[in-house]
Write a protein of this length. Structure first.
Length: 130
């Protein structure tokens, strides 16, 4: 059964729609940005791990692993994502590993974000153990 029409409610539907549509659009964009941030994080982690694997080979060096991670980050993520990558030998639980670290921006608005706000690290077992 429908409500009787009241003159004071005239024009309320467009206002209701505008407020609800605006809220839904903001929530949708926030979810989309969260998904993009997770994509950047997962991609950066995968690339520094690949760089660590490359640098841990017996015929390679940690610097070559950092260069590989830098190359992968630069080709798959936009702009300044592959600029701050470092690599070194480390010892974890008595095992020599190659550690590749990258500092990448955390995307807050689209791909834009403060530089160096997210640090990802990858480790790989060094093939040339002492």
């Amino acid at each position: 059964m429908s409500r009787p029409w009241h003159p004071g409610e005239r024009g309320a539907a467009p206002v209701e729609f505008a407020l609800t549509a605006g809220l839904i659009a903001v929530l949708f964009l926030a979810a989309l940005q969260l998904g993009y941030g997770l994509h950047v994080r997962n991609t950066a982690i995968a690339h520094v791990i690949e760089g660590a694997r490359h640098g841990a080979r017996a015929d390679s060096s940690p610097e070559q692993g950092a260069a590989r991670a830098r190359e992968l980050l630069g080709t798959t993520l936009p702009g300044r994502y592959g600029t701050s990558v470092s690599a070194q030998h480390a010892v974890i639980d008595g095992v020599l590993v190659v550690e590749v670290t990258a500092e990448v921006p955390l995307p807050l608005v689209g791909p834009l974000g403060p530089p160096g706000s997210m640090t990802v690290t990858g480790h790989a077992f060094a093939e040339d153990q002492p």
